[in-house]
Write a protein that binds this ligand. Sequence first.
Ligand code: FES
Length: 384
Amino acid sequence: MTLRLSPIRVLRTSIPRTRGLATTADLSNESKGPTGVVLLNMGGPSTIPEVYDFLYRLFADGDLIPLGRYQEKLARFIAWRRTPKIEHHYEEIGGGSPIRKWSEYQATEMCKRLDKLSPETAPHKGYVAFRYAKPLTADTLAQMQQDGIKRAIAFTQYPQYSCSTTGSSLNELWKVTKRLDPDSEIKWSVIDRWPTHSGLVKTFAQLITDKLKEYDESVRDRVILLFSAHSLPMSVVNRGDPYPAEVAATVYSVMSELKFTNPYRLVWQSQVGPSAWLGAQTSDTIKSLVKKGQTNIILVPIAFTSDHIETLHELDLEIIKETKVEGIKRAESLNGHPMFLDALADAVHNHLTGAAVASNQYAMQCPMCTKEVCTDSRNFFLTQ
Ligand code: FES
């Protein structure tokens, strides 16, 4: 017998059925702005003294790195052990992460564009909420309350959904909202993924094309495009996390935009600890390709929207500089590229004119998920 369940039915029956699911269209009838648009991301320490707190929050997050019942104690220990080395890495990239600078710039520029695209929901006010660094989600929510925001969009800056990243940020936003806004005065909707958004795809393709121009025409179409995304522990992948499939969707869309002019692979970076992670690893792949004589390679950070330690240190210094092979380069990150700023505004505009508070995929939990917080946060966001 085939059992057919709509994604919403996967949620617990505690959803208040009388209210039904609000749509963004409903919301736009209720409110004419201001509209808060909150860019969600992991964040990074802007200065060296912020490194320990950043690492502690990161390792304390069981949604990102599940460490079991001693998570909190282990997080303190691991953060303490790793702080000197990571401080040094941040010193080597100029004394801190540029992710806050880029995120604030992106938020401001996106809102300027949105005010023109969608005057009926203007003014749009951009915010940044980081999971592990300042401005933390609680600080941003408090600021939004002070600014009198009643309607907001949580917009993930991880284009491909993972429960470790966007899921963790939304779980945190739900927990903070329960504490600071218990009467739900701010009505939320969510852009929980946008892996194949046309503006995003076109910007990646443009940045790759720009980099390809640095190679001699005689070798250009044989340059290997190595798309690199942050890896995941296999325990998370085997739970049914959608991230690997969504990253692959972005890669395929970008290659499609480029008309498959070059050979390419998707590889995974930033593994930590001894447990099994999704591979092949970026650094191993580069070594192996170079050994085989394939020395014209462009690394493309495909799952990050801004530069941070994973691009500026791991890819640029640990891999490219260490390898000392002239033909190995990196495509620029999206950062403040005008096409990307347009894409951000377009994604929000589409959301505002669409009919859903979140994607259908968001309503469905990972098949092996047993975490109550994942159910509760979905119940909250999907029944606004
Ligand atoms: Fe994926 Fe809970 S871990 S929904």
